[in-house]
Design a protein. Structure first.
Length: 140
């Protein structure tokens, strides 16, 4: 895993600025880049944070325009909004009971996802907290 600065310097486009958001108040564990490579720069970044209430939280940011990608959403799965944009909130639970709660949404140029290893189906507070965090991220 890279430091955030190392990862951010490897990106084609600058990632969302999280200063002044709840992310600013917790420990940033590190980051990694991925996606497509353009002249030595990457299109995607995932940042990992340590929250007291959620544990380790992954924030993924995908620059789908530079990657020449597109976003498709299934209307039946759209069950929330993030700053006026359609969003999906899902909880995946394995047979062993391990769970991941996810909020995902897209802007005109990026796709975002917040992942927490918590069972939001059993705890409504997880959903509300993830939506609060998602809505704190400034739109690009």
């Amino acid at each position: 895993m890279l430091s955030y600065d190392e990862a951010a310097n490897q990106l084609v486009k600058e990632p969302a600025n999280l200063e002044g958001t709840p992310f600013d108040d917790v420990e940033l564990l590190g980051a990694h880049t991925s996606g497509s490579n353009h002249d030595g720069k990457w299109t995607n970044i995932s940042r990992f944070y340590k929250f007291d209430d959620l544990g380790v939280l992954k924030l993924s940011e995908v620059d789908y325009i530079t990657s020449r990608g597109r976003i498709q959403m299934t209307q039946e799965l759209i069950n929330e909004d993030v700053n006026g944009r359609p969003a999906t909130y899902l909880v995946n639970v394995s047979n062993s009971g391990a769970a991941v709660s996810l909020v995902s949404w897209a802007t005109d140029s990026k796709k975002y996802g917040l992942y927490a290893e918590k069972n939001g189906a059993k705890d409504e507070g997880v959903k509300q907290r993830l939506l609060e965090l998602a809505r704190s991220i400034p739109a690009d």
